[in-house]
Design a binder for this molecule. Structure first.
Ligand code: ADE
Length: 244
C-alpha cells in the first residue's frame, strides 16, 4: 500500500513513521509512506498556504491553490487513490473504515489546519472528509497518524506473531477482553484461575464474558449493533445481576 500525506508540518511525521511497526513495515516494503509539504506548492515567495475567510470571522482558511497543485502532482502516478481530508466535520473514522481502507492500493491524506480548507478543493477532487472523533484538534496531523496506524496494521503481512488482529477490540464488534501476564501474583492480586487452567474452551468463554462485561460498562451502545448468541445473553443477564 502507498500512503501520501499532504501537510504543512511534515516534521510531525518523522518519528512516528520511522518507529515501531510502521517503520518495520516500511523497511519490509509492505507500506510506502511519503510526506509532502503543501508549502512547496505555494505560488508566492512567502510560501503562503492560508488566508482570511471571505465573509469575515476569526481564523484562517487553507488556500485552494497549493492543495490543488499538490494533489494534481501526487495523484499523477496513482490509479484511483482514495483521497481523505482530516476534518472535525467529516464522517467518523472507525474500525470498519480502517478495514475498508486497508484494501486500497493508495490513499492520499490531506491534513487540514486552521478553520479548514477552501471548499472549492472538495469540488475539484473526489475528497472524503474524515474525523477521528467528536472533538476539535488544532490540525489534522495527529488524526492522519491515527488513521495510518489503524489502517497499516490491517495490511496482510504487517502483523507478525507480535500482534494478532483476531483478538483486537472491535474484532467481535465489542471491546477487548482483559489481559494478564507474568508474574501470576502481583501485590496480592492473582491472575484468574481459568487462564492458567489450560482449558481452552473455558478460557474462550471467560474472555467472551469479560469482553461483554467491559462493553456493558464502557460502551453499552455497541451491544445493540451486534448479534448476541444465547450464551452472550445469559452472560449479560448474569453480569447485570452481579451489578445490582
Ligand atoms: N481536525 C480537527 N479536529 C479533527 C478531528 N476530530 N478529526 C480529524 N481532523 C480534525
Amino acid at each position: 500500500m502507498r500512503i501520501e500525506v499532504l501537510t504543512i508540518f511534515p516534521e510531525m511525521f518523522d518519528s512516528p513513521i520511522k518507529s515501531s511497526l510502521l517503520g518495520k513495515a516500511r523497511d519490509a516494503g509492505i507500506l510506502e509512506i511519503n510526506v509532502t509539504d503543501i508549502r512547496d506548492f505555494a505560488t508566492d515567495k512567502h510560501r503562503t498556504v492560508d488566508d482570511t475567510p471571505f465573509g469575515g470571522g476569526a481564523g484562517m482558511v487553507m488556500k485552494a491553490e497549493p492543495i490543488d497543485r499538490a494533489l494534481e502532482k501526487i495523484a499523477e502516478g496513482l490509479e484511483n487513490p482514495r483521497i481523505l481530508l482530516t476534518s472535525a466535520s467529516g464522517r467518523k473514522f472507525d474500525q470498519k473504515m480502517a478495514n475498508e481502507l486497508s484494501r486500497e492500493e493508495s490513499i492520499i491524506i490531506i491534513c487540514g489546519r486552521y478553520k479548514g480548507v477552501d471548499e472549492r478543493v472538495l469540488e475539484l477532487h473526489p475528497i472524503e472528509e474524515v474525523s477521528i472523533g467528536d472533538y476539535v484538534l488544532s490540525g489534522g496531523e495527529v488524526a492522519a497518524l491515527t488513521m495510518i496506524e489503524a489502517v497499516a496494521r490491517l495490511i496482510p503481512g504487517y502483523m507478525g506473531k507480535i500482534e494478532a488482529g483476531e483478538n483486537d477490540a472491535f474484532a467481535w464488534g465489542i471491546l477487548g477482553f482483559p489481559n494478564y501476564t507474568h508474574p501470576q501474583e502481583y501485590k496480592g492480586l492473582k491472575v484468574p484461575d481459568v487462564l492458567v487452567s489450560g482449558h481452552h474452551a473455558k478460557i474462550d468463554s471467560f474472555r467472551r464474558r469479560s469482553a461483554l462485561k467491559k462493553t456493558l460498562q464502557n460502551r453499552p451502545e455497541l451491544l445493540e449493533k451486534i448479534e448476541l448468541s444465547d450464551t452472550d445473553k445469559k452472560f449479560l443477564e448474569e453480569i447485570k445481576n452481579e451489578n445490582k
